[in-house]
Design a protein around this ligand. Sequence first.
Ligand SMILES: [Zn+2]
Length: 480
Amino acid sequence: MDTGEVRPQTCAVANFYGPSCSFYLIDSEDQVPMRTRKLLGLGILLWLFGARVCAQQEAPASPGPDARYKVDGLVVVGHPDDDIEVAAYLAKMIEQQHKHFAVVYTTRGNSGGNAVGYEQSAALADVREMEARHSLATYGIGNAWFLRGSDTPGADVLHSLEAWGHGQALEEVVRLVRLTRPEVILTWLPDYVVGENHEDHQGAGVLATEAFDLAANPLAFPEQVTAPRNRLNISNYGEGLRPWQPKKIYYFSDAMHFDFFKGKGPEYRTSEISPSRKIPYSQLAAEAWSHYRTQNDFTDAQLKEFTESPVRFIFGKSLVGGTPVNDIFEGVGPAAIGYVRPRGYEPQSPELAFELGGPWAFYRAFWSAHNIEHLADLYPPEAQVAPGESLWVPLLIRNDTDAPKKVTLRAVLPAGWSERRDAAVYSVEPHDCYPVQLTVTPPESDKSRWQTLAWEATADGRKIGTVTLRVDVVGNGLPQ
Ligand SMILES: [Zn+2]
């Protein structure tokens, strides 16, 4: 019924103003103008009040990154047991300086022999993951992540990256850098070396170096650094990580030229005695190694040599200054640093170029792009081949001129070496690259000797380049 009355009402909102504050319901059309004005005035008051409440009300604290996973150093390796390479150093830092480390394994070690039993392939991976966790626990590492890369025996890093799915593996390493926020990354040397030279080791070093340069870049895997809409509910789409810039990266290597690395980075004795265990850190490393029973095929003498050698690092780069040979944590302060852009890829070849291809060509560009070009100076390109077997040598002829070129190749090989190649003259189209594939075979008499192989390329009557490759005639059990 329309009575024309204006009935005072109260509600929870109006009560914010106190008992005298009311708002009005409109009961009659003839009172609309006055009541509309009252309502409008009251609406503005409420809006102002709401705005004042928002301005004064403090938002709940934003949860920071999960501190349980913050580390001082992140170790990125290819296989369960690779961590033993630096275990004596890690154990010392954990015990004496209370540093925190975590490990990322790019594979679960699903390949290779099993010194314990018949378990192979996926079953072996299940065993190896547990061996790694038990081993790390002996010296204080509780967090380890195992990626989905398949254990890929060989010596060519591009093979591993192809087998793992380079993009997916990199995405996973970047994610773990953002989760663990390491000050320092320790990883295998990204280089083709004579020694064990496992392509999975090199692959771990490549991914760790790339992740070092990407984790602080919000455009790299942006879904990882997008905040969830409602972290307490389902159906979120962002991973909620923060970009993170590590400060330093160091490498280690199982290269035969262990002495070449002396003075290229810090070195740590393993003979130092652990204050709590009263034994040298080399023995702690040997104890950690004992948990890798499926791989315990070392003799006592080999294990002694392996664990008692100093832990020698190769300086990669530092974004916080310091010198290459000083302590790994020199210059590393508690404050986070912002994104530092790496140089990135820059084409550098002259108009006509002749160079080693395959992994050697990749590394040349990779080192420069990631500001670790000094790794090219560690030693000249080298390879190894078992006596009686053939070594694949990829060569590249680049023609960045506007005219087609005819390029003649000539091999300069030591006595007794044979070469298999389809042709001597190659036609290279303008702005194209001709990949020459050849193999060389050493004579039996060169067993356990180093030899230097060379190839010269000429075009238009002039030499355009010489490629040299040092080769050790010895096998390491890995296919090239
Ligand atoms: Zn390994």
